[in-house]
Design a protein. Structure first.
Length: 180
């Protein structure tokens, strides 16, 4: 009776094949995981940016009435005689038809809003950085509402420093308030 067993050559061939296949499999898994991380980061940037963008757009469109450069409502901007006004949003106040003011501005890396109740609400969280936040206003004629343009860039906070891992989106819109 003869025993069946693997020969030494068969074992060496199997180990060599496994040795060739494993690095390829690990490389494929590594690439898939990196792509999933990029998709997750871009998804977070889009989610945060869309929320801030839609909030700013809806609030200005539905409640905006006049635009001021100070909270005391003394220096009105965006009037027919002043065709264009632009700033970083830090001193850009919007009055609603109930004479309450609200403001959108950036902290060092986030978009925030300040309502009439003087309560700050952040529109983005700490996972993303906001840059290039600009609000501009143009009123071409006294017979139409002013055109307020808002733009900003949202970038995922990249702690590794690798530029290929950065996800960012730029948002820009023009809004005509209905409050006028």
């Amino acid at each position: 009776m003869k025993k069946k067993a693997y020969t030494l050559i068969e074992m060496v061939v199997v180990i060599a094949v496994i040795g060739l296949i494993l690095p390829v499999l690990f490389n494929i898994i590594f690439v898939i995981v990196n792509q999933q991380i990029k998709v997750m980061r871009l998804s977070e940037v889009k989610r945060q940016g869309d929320f801030a963008f839609n909030t700013i757009e809806n609030v200005i469109r539905n409640y905006g009435y006049k635009i001021y450069s100070d909270s005391g409502l003394t220096d009105e901007k965006c009037i027919v005689s002043s065709p264009s006004y632009s700033n970083d949003g830090s001193n850009f106040y919007v009055k609603d038809k109930f004479i309450s003011t609200f403001q959108f501005y950036t902290t060092p890396d986030r978009i925030a809003s300040l309502g009439a109740d003087l309560k700050t609400t952040y529109l983005t969280n700490n996972n993303v950085d906001v840059s290039d936040f600009v609000i501009s206003c143009q009123w071409i004629s006294s017979y139409s509402a002013p055109l307020i343009t808002v733009s900003f860039k949202v970038t995922y906070q990249n702690t590794s420093g690798r530029t290929d891992e950065t996800a960012s989106m730029t948002y820009q819109t023009s809004i005509r308030p209905r409050g006028n």
